[in-house]
Each structure stands twice: as structure tokens, then as C-alpha cells.
Design a protein around this ligand. Structure first.
Ligand SMILES: Cc1cc2nc3c(=O)[nH]c(=O)nc-3n(C[C@H](O)[C@H](O)[C@H](O)COP(=O)(O)OP(=O)(O)OC[C@H]3O[C@@H](n4cnc5c(N)ncnc54)[C@H](O)[C@@H]3O)c2cc1C
Length: 462
């Protein structure tokens, strides 16, 4: 049997390693931290969550719920760890990040088939007949490895930018000015809401518009800007021109730039957040989500930004309730690297040109923590089949997992953008059924039901 080399001890890598090892394969798991870190990681830990602590919705029949249900049914190791490390977050699954990483480390340590190597991998051997490689080095893949990938794929990488939300010390929030509530009273009231009047909102938007942004840092330019044969940059780093943002993760100053009310219809949406003091919705609201089990820190939901730290302190303290806030972490802008999956990847996450090399996690063009773990789960299972000399069967198109892979491998090559799991990616109901069932929730319920059926049948094949 071939051995499996997993590169990257973030989210996809450990899940892939644990899956393959539990199926009897010998796995080497290489992680470069702490020898070398990335711009976003702060610890040497496996499965570090670099920004928010949320693994998204647990609302039944939502798309993120479906993805997680499929993963649970397949025995996802990282989701088990997340369930054990959960902190209150209404209808979402949020975790204490340190406890989560500790559980993942314990799972890896307890698996005799995994050998951990703390090393930066700088070379990929596409012709090694004895090894299946899973490249799960993430959106901040180190530059020598990115160049290796460039050598192997011969096609253009893509890169875009997104950003980190600030975290505030809970003891410095003015609790008389804010209130706990769940939007539309859905789930428990775990979010702290900072309510704005119209005047406060307008002053905030004005301050945002004039606040100074951080100049682009050197690491934001991608690894030595390799060029294609034609001489054009092979990695679209947008280093000096317009930065490319992922639409789902726009910095607040960019959202604000698009219109005075855009934030009120985005991350500062007040709808469904009744203030108990007034019995009404505020004009706008900032939501704070609990960061850890101790509840001594909260993150500002959707408040990723790239303002200078001093400017962030000034502007964010204009948020009602945060006038004297102490920030434990400021928002940041960061690099994100991913391959052009529609032209490079098969439905079993193998490079078309080099089938013994697989790509998993964010680097494969999916987006998000849960999606990255899911992709690791698939890669680990496919790699185990390949290591045994079998042909892996791709996850069914009807499932959430299958839909994510289907999206990255079949998306319009010219407009390819990473995606989170949404119902848009799933197979829609047949025309006739759609006409009959007008209720969107009922349609989603049916889509989930048939996804889980297809998933169970696929799992039975292992
Ligand atoms: C700053 C930032 C904030 C994000 N915020 C969110 C968020 O709030 N919510 C969300 O759902 N998603 C978020 N994402 C997107 C994505 O979900 C995460 O990046 C996620 O961690 C991706 O998982 P991964 O396993 O693909 O990569 P990672 O978790 O980054 O793991 C890759 C690992 O590979 C290691 N590595 C890199 N190069 C090498 C090498 N040459 N040799 C050995 N090891 C190497 C790295 O050290 C890292 O540990 C964010 C991404 C970034 C960059």
C-alpha cells in the first residue's frame, strides 16, 4: 500500500490525515509552524482558527447544517472536536478555539498511523510511485511551496484578499448601552447588540470614510511574482492595483464606500433585533459574538477591515457600548491563494496532470472553515482508496459535499471565485416539484432529505 503525505496541519490537513489513518493507511503529516508561521496564524497548534470562531449555522435544513450533518455521518474527526469545544452561539456552532485545537492534537497523538513532522515542505515529487500527496497548505501557502505548485500546474493561480474581524475585551463593553438578543428571536440570545440612532450611524459612516487604511504590506505581494511564458504575472496578486476582495468578506470601509446605507443592509442590519429598552429595532446595529468559553472576549461580527490600528480604535469606539473598549485584536487584511480548480482538478480532488497529488482545503477553491474540513474529509477518504490501488468514487452530486466539489471542478473557468456551501450549489428540485412546492423552507427540507439519502448510500460503499 502507498503511503500518504499530508502537507498542512490547519483544518483540511488533520481531517484528511485522520480519515486516511483510520482507514488503515500510513500517513505523514507535515506542518511548518512553529519553524515558520504565516501572516495570520498565531500558534503552533493544529487546526488553528485564524479569525472567527464560528463553524456556521446549525439550523436544521440550512446548507451549512446539511454539510455538517453529512460530515458527522462520515465520522468527521474535527467536527467531533468542534462539538466538544462548542460555546453558546444561538443557532450557530461556535467553538473555544484553544479547546478545539487541543482536541484535534489529542486525536492526532492517539493515532499510531500518523507521523507528525514539523517541517516546511518546499518540494513536491509528482513522480514518486510510493506516495499519494494531499496538499492542504491553505490560503497562506508558503512561498517556495506556492512556486512548486506553480511549476506543477503550469496554469495561473488566482489570489484575492479578505480580512479579519476585531476582538474586544468583554469587561470593557458598556453593558448599560447594549443588549442581548437573537435575530428574530431565533435560538438563544447569545449575541450582544450595539444599537445605533440615525445620527450615531451617520457620524460612524463619516468617520469610516475618512479613516486611514493600512498600506499594503510586502507579504501581500505573492511569492516573487512568477511569470508565465508569455511574461504576464502567473499569480494574480493585484499587488499594486485594485485589491481583489471576496464579496462575502468585504472590509467594512469597502462596503461603506459603496453607499451610505450599504452597511445598514449588511453587517449592521438591525432587522429582527428588538431592543428591550425601546421595544423597537434600532436604526443600525453591530453584533458581538462570544469568542471563548470564559466569555471574556467577543468578536465584531462581519467587521473585518484594513484600517490602521489607531484609526480602528478611534472609529470602533464610536460604536454605542464600545466607547471605552479595549481591543484584543484589530481587524486585518490578508492574502488568500487558491488554485484554478475548474481547469486543474478532478472530482476526486486529484490534479488532472499529476493524479498522485491531491489538493484539499481552501487552496482547492472552496471557502470557509467547515468547507475546508469537509474537503479534508473527502481527500483523506479518496487518498486511502488510491493508496490501496482502487479508483475512488466521488461524493454524489446530490449531496452538499458533492456539490461543493462539483462547483469548483465545473464552475465557469473565466469567472471562477471560491464558494461557501449554499443551496445555489445544490441540485435544484425538478421543475414540476418546484411548481408544486412554493415554500422555500419545504424545498430545502426535501433537498436536504435526498442529499442525506445519497450520502448514506455513498458512505456504505467504503
Ligand atoms: C486571515 C484569514 C481569516 C479567515 N477567516 C475565516 C473565518 O472567519 N471563517 C471562515 O469560515 N473561514 C475563514 N478563512 C478561510 C478559511 O476557512 C481558513 O483559511 C481555513 O483555515 C482554511 O483551512 P485550510 O486547512 O485549507 O488551511 P489552513 O488552516 O491555513 O492550514 C494550512 C496549514 O498549512 C501550513 N503550511 C503552509 N505552507 C506550508 C509548507 N510549505 N509546509 C508545511 N506546512 C505549510 C500552514 O502553516 C497551515 O497550518 C480565513 C482565512 C484567512 C487567511
Amino acid at each position: 500500500m502507498k503511503k500518504i503525505h499530508v502537507i498542512g496541519g490547519g483544518l483540511a490537513g488533520p481531517e484528511a490525515a485522520l480519515q486516511a489513518a483510520s482507514l488503515g493507511c500510513k500517513v505523514i503529516l507535515s506542518e511548518m509552524r512553529p519553524l515558520r508561521s504565516t501572516e495570520a496564524h498565531q500558534t503552533p497548534d493544529f487546526a488553528e482558527l485564524v479569525c472567527s470562531n464560528s463553524l456556521k449555522s446549525e439550523s436544521e435544513n440550512s446548507a451549512p447544517w446539511l454539510l455538517k450533518q453529512e460530515m458527522r455521518r462520515a465520522g468527521s474527526f474535527l467536527l467531533q472536536a468542534a462539538d466538544k469545544a462548542a460555546v453558546p452561539a444561538g443557532h450557530a456552532l461556535a467553538v473555544d478555539r484553544e479547546v478545539f485545537s487541543q482536541h484535534v492534537a489529542a486525536l492526532i497523538a492517539a493515532q499510531p498511523n500518523i507521523e507528525v513532522r514539523r517541517e516546511e515542505v518546499t518540494h513536491l515529487d509528482e513522480n514518486d510511485p510510493d506516495t499519494i500527496t494531499i496538499l492542504a497548505s491553505g490560503p497562506l501557502t508558503s512561498s517556495p511551496l506556492a512556486k512548486e505548485l506553480q511549476r506543477l500546474t503550469g496554469a495561473d493561480h488566482l489570489a484575492f484578499y479578505d480580512s479579519i474581524s476585531p476582538i474586544v475585551d468583554a469587561s470593557t463593553i458598556d453593558m448599560d448601552r447594549v443588549y442581548f438578543a437573537a435575530r428574530w428571536d431565533k435560538g438563544t440570545a447569545d449575541y450582544i447588540n450595539c444599537p445605533f440612532t440615525k445620527e450615531e450611524y451617520e457620524a460612524f459612516i463619516d468617520a469610516l470614510a475618512t479613516a486611514e487604511k493600512i498600506e499594503q504590506k510586502s507579504w501581500e505581494a505573492l511569492p516573487s511574482e512568477p511569470t508565465t511564458e508569455s511574461g504576464t504575472p502567473a499569480i494574480n496578486s493585484s499587488a499594486s492595483a485594485n485589491l481583489q476582495y471576496f464579496e462575502g468578506c468585504l472590509p467594512i470601509e469597502e462596503t461603506a464606500r459603496r453607499g451610505k446605507d450599504t452597511l445598514r443592509f449588511g453587517p449592521m442590519k438591525p432587522a429582527g433585533l428588538t431592543n428591550p429598552k425601546t421595544g423597537r429595532w434600532p436604526y443600525a446595529a453591530v453584533q458581538l459574538r462570544q469568542e471563548n468559553l470564559r466569555a471574556d472576549s467577543y468578536n465584531l461580527v462581519g467587521f473585518q477591515n484594513s484600517l490602521k490600528y489607531g484609526e480602528q480604535a478611534r472609529v470602533l469606539r464610536m460604536i454605542p457600548g464600545l466607547e471605552h473598549a479595549s481591543f484584543l485584536r484589530y481587524g486585518q487584511i490578508h492574502r488568500n491563494t487558491y488554485i484554478h480548480a475548474p481547469s486543474l482538478l478532478t472530482e476526486t480532488l486529484q490534479l488532472k496532470a499529476h493524479p498522485s497529488i491531491m489538493i484539499a482545503g481552501q487552496l482547492s477553491g472552496i471557502e470557509g472553515y467547515t468547507e475546508s474540513i469537509a474537503s479534508g474529509l473527502l481527500a483523506g477518504r479518496y487518498a486511502a482508496a488510491l493508496a490501496r490501488g482502487e479508483h475512488p468514487t466521488p461524493a454524489p452530486r446530490l449531496t452538499a459535499n458533492g456539490s461543493l466539489t462539483h462547483y469548483i471542478t465545473h464552475a465557469d473557468a473565466k469567472k471562477f471565485q471560491p464558494a461557501n456551501i449554499t443551496f445555489d450549489l445544490l441540485v435544484p428540485l425538478e421543475e414540476e416539484l418546484r411548481k408544486k412546492i412554493r415554500d422555500k423552507k419545504e424545498r430545502h427540507r426535501i433537498q436536504c432529505e435526498r442529499a442525506l439519502e445519497a450520502w448514506d448510500a455513498w458512505l456504505a460503499g467504503f
